[in-house]
Design a protein around this ligand. Sequence first.
Ligand code: ZN
Length: 253
Amino acid sequence: MIDTHVHLDHPAFDPDREEVLARAQEAGVRALVTLGTDAASSVRAVQLAERFEVVYAAVGIHPTRAPAAKPGDREVVARLVVHPKVVGVGECGLDYERAGGAVEVQQDNLRWHAQLSRACGKPLVVHNRAAHADVLRILEEERAERVVMHMFTGPAEYAEACAARGYWISVGGPVTYARAEALRRVVARIPEDRLLVETDSPFASPHPHRGRRNEPSFLRWVVEAVALAKGQHPDAVAERTEENARRCFGLSR
Ligand SMILES: [Zn+2]
């Protein structure tokens, strides 16, 4: 398995980061991608990727952090993106639930990341909350090609639109929730070659860990819920999503 989205630099992991990674590997997680959320967090993500073989990094400025970004932060991200263990651009995107008056700032931030992704050929990792139409429109206008829709919880039509454009669709903890029948029906129809799995640790813990700190070793719960939704064996989902993640992020075996 590959956990395509974690925030390993989060202070929640300060007490036991090495143990968290050891547990992940024991649980069958062969690689994980840690996402920067601003310039400082992107620097930390790259440091973690340098320190731990199993860790890869993506660098970017999260939509909720975009309004606080300082002049020079984009240059920091653009310098980091060429690092050999940086495999993606993000976390970026649009978050209209937490935009305040910063919709335009978020949109400009997303466009800049889409351009960086095109320039370096590394996939764009997109956070989307309550902004489906604008995300799709901006990605199209910026001719984004390699795109990961992170923590997908959208409706079937949105999944279909993403898959039709060749975007990857990453599924996390919410697919395990008892009341997530509708999401499981959507996930069941995501094309095999587009599907990724993630934990978004330390957030979005899967059932039965909901409400507590999430960590990459819990990825198996996501895989099992996806397998149940698709009527497949969990090992088949683990293998297929690992293969997809390797292709998406260019990770060798
Ligand atoms: Zn995230």
